[in-house]
Design a protein around this ligand. Structure first.
Ligand SMILES: [Zn+2]
Length: 202
């Protein structure tokens, strides 16, 4: 095979175009090696697309159904630049603070998404007060948001459900679902749950 030296941007452009033309199809390293025109370049190209351009290229580290050496781009939506700039520590801290749960819809990282069960929930970092409304990139203004909500509501400010409406919803639900809510709340607030139980027994 002829190996022409293409300019850096050109080679990356060709690699990017290949991923964008194959959204949703699993590709292996042999295929990517050919696309990159260079045995040693392809892994670096994948890294560049992921970290510098924010394309969510998935590997076996992200998906259990992918084998080592397999790559998958499911969506052409790039991660915003601010999110790429967030340190791993800040990201981990925000996700932990939010219980690895989307703050808009309550979807849990890694579990099937409640609005689309064919998708596993992937969490991004979003702004509580949107940047267009003066919000900053400070960790205090960051929260976990899933890719479904992120795609649907890039500019929406997070509106929390109103307590009265929430209680009405819970009262109307089945006892089995109410018990699920109870279990979830006890897992989230074990100490407070114990205190409440002690108080109600006294
Ligand atoms: Zn969500």
């Amino acid at each position: 095979m002829a190996k022409e030296k293409s300019p850096r941007g050109g080679a990356r452009g060709k690699f990017r175009a290949h991923f964008l033309a194959n959204i949703g199809r699993i590709m292996d390293s042999d295929e990517l090696r050919v696309v990159a025109d260079n045995q040693s370049e392809w892994a670096r190209r994948v890294r560049e697309l992921r970290t510098e351009e924010g394309y969510p290229i998935l590997t076996h580290n992200d998906r259990s159904e992918l084998k080592p050496g397999q790559y998958l781009l499911e969506t052409p939506i790039q991660q915003p630049a601010f999110e790429r700039a967030i340190s791993k520590e800040t990201r981990a801290c925000v996700l932990d603070r939010n219980g690895f749960t989307c703050q808009m819809c309550g979807a849990v990282a890694g579990e099937p998404h409640p609005y689309d069960s064919t998708r596993k929930t992937r969490l991004h970092i979003g702004h509580i007060v949107d940047k267009s409304k003066g919000g900053s990139d400070d960790p205090a203004n960051l929260c976990a948001i899933c890719s479904v909500c992120n795609e649907g509501a890039q500019n929406a400010t997070l509106i929390r459900p109103d307590l009265k409406q929430l209680l009405i919803q819970i009262r109307r639900s089945t006892s089995a679902d109410q018990l699920e809510v109870l279990k979830w709340l006890i897992a989230k607030f074990p100490r407070q749950a114990a205190e409440q139980i002690t108080l109600s027994i006294k």
